[in-house]
Design a protein around this ligand. Sequence first.
Ligand SMILES: [Ca+2]
Ligand SMILES: [Ca+2]
Length: 298
Amino acid sequence: MRVWIVVALCLAGHAMAAPVSLLCVCVCVCVCVCETTVGINPVQIETGEFDEAIQIEEDFPAENPCLNHHCKKGKVCEIDEENNSPMCVCQDPSSCPAAAGEFEHVCGTDNKTYDSSCHFFATKCALEGTKKGHKLHLDYLGACKFLETCVDAELSEFPLRMRDWLKNVLVTLFERDEDNNLLTEKQKVRVQKIYENVKRLQSGEHSLDLLAHDFEKNYNMYIFPVHWQFGELDQHPADGFLTHTELAPLRAPLIPMEHCTTRFFDECDADSDKYIALEEWAACFGIKEEDIDKDMVL
Ligand SMILES: [Ca+2]
Ligand SMILES: [Ca+2]
């Protein structure tokens, strides 16, 4: 239980400052830390400050083609000398900044610990096009460790806690929203209804029995939070399906704390096509088929 509260607080705390994909916020500290800022010209001269600057500018192209050319994680921009165009090439893991501590370690699905997500993605890039590379994903944050097997009884507890947590995250965002536009106007209207409902189970530590009872009694309050979370994750591309990569911001920080995370999301993919469709997602959170609404995700 504590796990969800900690992550929720973390989310809510960061959400104020960064109206980006909210569930990415926490993880970004660790996962995106190595997303290379490409295209910074190493010889950037303040013109006008020194006379020499004018001469130096003439020696270098006026604009570095790598400026504003973004490469995905694990790749860096290099200039193709033949036609002076930018291209993304795999980053050498040895060029990644040294990890500042163990907290930067990540565990891959190959059960190997990588110094940082930068080292992980650079390694994955080098395996691009191979079966091994295709199967390799960032599994969770932190060094690889022994995770207990998730048994059926524990698996059924997972959605109880997560639904409650999602609802509380939304309510917290609503409370803190004001001018930060953490939620769209449409979303605010939906969350306001939950927020103002006197029957709402206040956030705190609740027994599983109480969470189950509340889901039954106040089922309607959980429909939107489940849809909202799907929309937050379904961004690359927003196509109604979650890939392993899209799910990573939610999975990666949770797995070390909630050992049923992997099994839960694996089983969410009911047809085992490696994508979690909205229908599959909603079903594994106990949302009835007739309440699934694609418009709620937008
Ligand atoms: Ca998608
Ligand atoms: Ca599927």
